[in-house]
Design a protein around this ligand. Structure first.
Ligand code: SF4
Ligand code: MSK
Length: 655
């Protein structure tokens, strides 16, 4: 068994791993070790079971079978597998968006709905964008029309998804030329499933084209709808302060954790946990109150809007239960381990599943119904509170670690943050980049994966980028990793960033790492990039910007969909683990090379976070050179490579 310090760099996680070693059922790291060696064919992407003439597998060394029974080669098989991953990822995000649209429609149609429109300004802005009349109309009428338009995006059969019009003209032109502007969210996913059926699309590039179309339907469709309509219903986030890590759990309160993704339930749980009746009930049970915390992206949703503390990220879900201090873990969809139920048999924790789409072994199922949202939320919170007396004090072990954080950044408030409330603008951000004070911007997103030392790659990559004056934006479990390390505090600028970032962060009081929300909120990052282009001075398309993306510890199919919509939007993206296509040479060459000519972005794969950060910086420097921008304003530890430096000099001569 690996030492806890080899499994994680997070002190609370290390403490819990040491505390639970040899006790109870195996955790994700143990199961990962037990799974070794993992199937090489699967890792290389060259096994296929799309029909029962197979399963087929291609020998990557060319000594065994080079074709499946139907004649599919490694590139065809890997491309089909890959875009099926995109279909699953895009479906997960988009189903989330569909549920939010449905709830907005319900709020608009019903008099006694527990959900109300909390951000009328965002609703009106959306109405204006979508051509919905809003002057002189009731909010509910406007919401109804906006919800219907968004709802229709999922089943639309032709035309272009409305929010693709937000993309810079140049990017849209590339998509049109390639024939990948998504028509309808569901249609693109269905077409992937059709094309990957035995004997349909057998051209790897054509398959990837449909993968891109579906991924764009996620980023500029389903995910964007999820983010925007959540803002309308629950309000657009503003800066908040909070705390993160397992130390937010308290010995003397009822501890309830929400885990999963959708804000519909967690928003109501926030309200129910503050309800007077629930707080009194908690006191009756001998507790001093109710502590609510989150895990994974539902945590990010309620952090961004309410400052609810975060208990941990993806790989900490089992550890939270193992503190022995969690009365209820309430789960909905995505990234929830099926192992949790068995684990709760060893502790008093109630695992409560709530989505009709996601049931779990040993979980108690209380189905969430948006039409009775508050009633059900209270019912669930009550179960947690009434479970407090069952806590076995001898099993309680809560690490002390917590870190303060600042979150709540959006495409909207980045303009106010730098430009001021009276003259919100992206000008200061663009100017900071153009002057070389900010060398560029990198988005670091995505999961944890026991293949990597937990959190290490997120943190090391972030620190390296900051030291080199690259501003960092984060979402998902990456944001939680950085937060635990103190990188989401304004003081982190002084401690870790180069002089350029320090100057700006000091002047405006922001952290050097901006938390933009959950996985679906990667759509906020798309909007930031789009706003940077629209502001001017940094080229005509997202592909021109000195920016890059990374998911250093990714694991989910959603991450593949995100990767593809980001690359297709023009962003160079470095993944910590390769896409599972290494056995398909032509496909590999395409996604790391040829795809750039079509969309302006491409993938690179690098497991070492420092080397990955340097790939990102090299790319940023190249883009700076293309834009005739000066080198970084201040000395940086990773100086522009000689080749790029001479390019910059050449360019400035021609200015
Ligand atoms: Fe084998 Fe082709 Fe069937 Fe896949 S689709 S299992 S490669 S025969
Ligand atoms: S929760 S998809 S582990 S970021 Fe969004 Fe975290 Fe990745 Fe799930």
């Amino acid at each position: 068994m690996k030492k806890p310090t080899k499994r994680s760099v997070d002190p609370a996680t290390i403490e819990m791993l040491a505390h639970t070693e040899g006790q109870g059922p195996p955790n994700a790291w143990d199961r990962y070790d037990a799974m070794q060696p993992q199937c090489g064919f699967g890792q290389l992407g060259v096994c296929c079971r799309n029909c029962v003439m197979g399963p087929c597998r291609i020998d990557p060394f060319g000594e065994g079978a080079t074709l499946g029974v139907c004649g599919a080669d490694a590139d065809i098989i890997a491309a089909r597998n890959l875009i099926r991953m995109i279909a699953a990822g895009a479906s997960a995000h988009s189903d989330h968006g569909r549920d939010v649209a449905h709830t907005l429609l319900m709020a608009a149609e019903s008099d006694d709905c527990d959900y109300k429109i909390k951000d009328p300004d965002k609703l009106k802005a959306l109405a204006a964008e979508l051509g919905v009349k809003f002057e002189g109309r009731e909010l509910r009428e406007i919401a109804h029309d906006v919800a219907e338009i968004c709802f229709a995006q999922f089943g639309q059969q032709h035309g272009e998804l409305v929010f693709t019009a937000r993309a810079p003209e140049d990017q849209l032109k590339r998509w049109r030329a390639a024939g990948v502007v998504p028509r309808g969210v569901d249609r693109e996913v269905v077409e992937i499933m059709h094309r990957t059926h035995v004997g349909v699309d057998n051209d790897p590039e054509n398959l990837i084209k449909q993968g891109v179309r579906s991924a764009l339907a996620d980023g500029w469709g389903g995910s964007m709808i999820a983010t925007d309509l959540s803002d309308v219903l629950f309000r657009t986030p503003e800066w908040v302060t909070s705390n993160v890590n397992l130390g937010i759990l308290k010995k003397d309160t009822v501890n309830i954790i929400v885990h999963g993704h959708e804000p519909l339930l967690s928003e109501m749980i926030v309200a129910a946990a503050q309800d007077k009746e629930m707080l009194e009930l908690a006191k009756k049970q001998g507790a001093k109150g109710i502590t609510l915390g989150g895990i994974c992206c539902t945590a990010n949703e309620i952090l961004m809007r309410h400052g609810v503390p975060i208990a941990g990220n993806f790989l900490q879900q089992e550890l939270a239960i193992q503190t022995g201090a969690v009365e209820a873990m309430i789960v909905d969809v995505q990234c929830v381990f099926p192992a949790l139920g068995k684990l709760t048999q060893e502790y008093h924790t109630k695992l409560i599943s709530t989505s009709p789409k996601a049931k779990f072994p040993f979980a108690e199922h209380v189905e969430f119904d948006e039409s009775k949202a508050m009633e059900i939320a209270k019912q669930i919170v009550r179960k947690g509170v009434e479970n407090f007396p069952n806590r076995d004090k001898s099993k309680v072990h809560i690490p002390k670690d917590t870190s303060p954080l600042v979150a709540g950044f959006t495409a909207e408030n980045i303009a106010t943050m730098l430009g001021g409330r009276y003259r919100p603008s992206y000008r200061p951000l663009n100017d900071a980049i153009m002057s070389g004070r900010f060398r560029g911007v990198a988005a670091i997103v995505g999961c944890n994966n026991p293949r990597f030392t937990h959190d290490k790659s997120h943190i090391e990559m972030t620190k390296e980028l900051l030291a080199n004056d690259v501003l960092v934006a984060v979402t998902g479990c990456s944001a939680i990793a950085d937060a635990k390390y103190g990188l989401l505090c304004p003081e982190a600028a002084v401690k870790y960033a180069g002089q350029g970032i320090q100057e700006v962060c000091r002047a405006v009081g922001i952290p050097p790492v901006l938390h933009l929300g959950s996985c679906v909120d990667n759509s906020r990052i798309l909007m930031v990039l789009r706003n940077m282009v629209v502001e001017g001075g940094l080229g005509d398309s997202i592909a021109d910007l000195p920016v890059a993306g990374s998911a250093p510890e990714w694991m989910s199919e959603k991450a593949v969909a995100i990767g593809f919509y980001v690359v297709a939007s023009g962003v160079y993206t470095v993944l910590g683990q390769p896409l599972p296509i290494e056995g398909a040479a032509k496909l590999m060459e395409y996604v790391t090379g040829g795809i750039e000519d079509v969309f302006g972005g491409k993938f690179a794969f690098e497991a070492d976070p420092i080397k990955a950060a340097h790939l990102i910086i090299d790319h940023i420097d190249r883009k700076r050179a293309d834009l005739h921008l000066p080198p970084p304003m201040y000395d940086v530890p990773y100086a522009p490579r000689a080749a790029v430096e001479s390019e910059i000099k050449e360019m400035s001569k021609t200015q």
